[in-house]
Design a binder for this molecule. Structure first.
Ligand code: ADP
Length: 421
């Protein structure tokens, strides 16, 4: 018996060892065949697994990378080439938060100094007792994809720019044909030409929006940020917009600060809400939101309000329109997204307005979101970083000493302007 067991034990062990070995060979084959990089780190940040694709991307052989801290091997940089802070590295975030994250616009700097655009997913790994064991990352080289996207954006940009000019000419001639003082047409022709004129206007707006969104996407949106006092700015703009609302029998109300408790509005001291932004871009944003509020609201009121604390200036625009279904709300700011309902089927639009609006707000480190209950209207809210009156005066001085006619794009704005460059 003793002899039997003494003989059988090594047999069992060797069977287990060979089965493990064959499992390892299988997983090695799989990991080698995968085009995406697979990197596994333990909880102390040491690399444990590094497949051949990871070697190809980073320039580190797997024998060199294994046992090394991930920060030395997976070096991430921003668009300007500045290394990403340690606590923002996806691996660090996942080890801290223990939840998966995806970064689809990261850039890795490889061992040869080349910058490669990557899409990186990192997931935490737990053992059977829910104890964190490490994190695994799948990294994909998306350089080609980004290049194709850039080319596509350039094509859209050029095409819409070229097409805007003839469309503007057609629109102009149609307007002349519809002008009683210039031409005589019968009612039937007038009805056809009116329809053609409306469609041409829609086309012109589409080209303009396409051009703006292509520019916003690749950082060519012109922006000349200065100190803007929002109370005065919003009040003036509301005066201009009032007529548009009245045309549709909608009320327009504007509240600056929180005048609750005051009966005499003239005695309310209006706070100075300074932000740093391009006033033309801010006008575009507010007009866009206002146009939507008017467009989608049949009866009732549009309320514009401005408030803030020492860090943030908050702009809100509320309407009494149909509201937006909960399931559509997360997608509203995506390109070409339109809620599919009877209103959008009859009311014209490009689905680009809110996309552009969000891009502009992000240019000034702001945030935009919507709060809406279907049937009870919608509120679009914007938070912009507030600057002090002192900083506003300093910016004004700098502005006054700047040569006239300077034009900035997202990529050329001076670094002290606080815009994303
Ligand atoms: P569009 O040109 O279609 O208005 P936007 O990007 O401005 O494009 O808006 C996207 C979609 O969001 C619209 O098609 C509409 O369905 C919805 N939407 C935007 N603003 C409102 C609003 N104030 N009330 C109801 N729906 C709105």
């Amino acid at each position: 018996m003793g002899l039997f067991s003494a003989k059988s034990k090594p047999k069992k062990t060797s069977a287990l060892a060979s089965s493990l070995q064959s499992e390892k060979i299988k997983s090695d084959i799989i990991l080698s065949a995968i085009d995406d990089c697979v990197v596994y780190i333990d909880t102390s940040g040491v690399i444990y697994l590094f497949n051949p694709a990871a070697s190809k991307l980073t320039g580190w052989l797997s024998g060199e990378a294994i046992g090394v801290d991930y920060r030395s091997v997976i070096t991430l940089i921003d668009e300007k080439g500045v290394p990403i802070a340690n606590d923002l590295h996806p691996f660090t975030v996942v080890l801290m938060q223990k939840t998966p994250i995806r970064s689809d616009n990261a850039i890795i700097k490889n061992r040869n100094g080349a910058s490669i655009s990557i899409d990186m997913t990192v997931s935490p790994l737990f053992d059977a007792n829910e104890q964190l064991q490490g994190a695994v990352s799948v990294i994909r080289d998306v350089t080609e994809q980004r290049r194709a996207e850039k080319q596509r954006a350039e094509f859209i940009s050029t095409a819409s720019h070229e097409m805007r000019t003839p469309v503007a000419a057609i629109e102009g001639y149609l307007a002349l044909a519809l002008n009683d003082k210039v031409s005589k047409i019968d009612d039937k022709a007038r009805s056809f030409l009116t329809k053609a004129h409306e469609s041409t206007q829609h086309l012109g707006k589409l080209f303009q929006d396409l051009l703006t969104s292509a520019k916003a996407e690749d950082g060519r949106l012109t922006s000349h940020p200065i100190a803007v006092e929002m109370s005065e700015f919003v009040e003036k703009l509301t005066q201009d917009l009032k007529f548009v609302a009245e045309k549709k029998n909608l009320q327009l109300e504007c509240t600056i600060g929180s005048p609750s408790g005051f009966t005499d509005a003239s005695k309310v001291i209006k706070p100075l809400y300074y932000v740093q932004a391009d006033p033309d871009r801010l006008r575009e944003v507010i007009t866009n939101l206002f146009d939507n509020a008017v467009k989608y609201t049949e009866t009732g009121k549009i309320t514009i309000s401005l408030s803030g604390d020492d860090k943030v200036v908050q702009f809100r625009i509320r309407d009494t329109g149909p509201g937006i279904p909960i399931e559509d709300q997360p997608h509203l700011f995506q390109k070409f997204y339109r809620v599919d309902n009877s209103a959008t089927r009859t009311i014209g639009g490009t689905g680009l307005g809110l996309f552009i609006t969000k891009k502009i707000i992000e240019l000034y480190s702001g945030r935009i979101w919507v709060e809406s209950t279907p049937g009870l209207g919608s509120t679009f809210i914007i938070n912009l970083p507030r600057i002090t009156s002192e900083r506003a005066r300093q910016l004004q001085k700098e502005e006054d000493s700047r040569p006239a006619g300077s034009v900035y794009t997202q990529n050329t704005a001076p670094s002290n302007t606080g815009v994303i460059q």
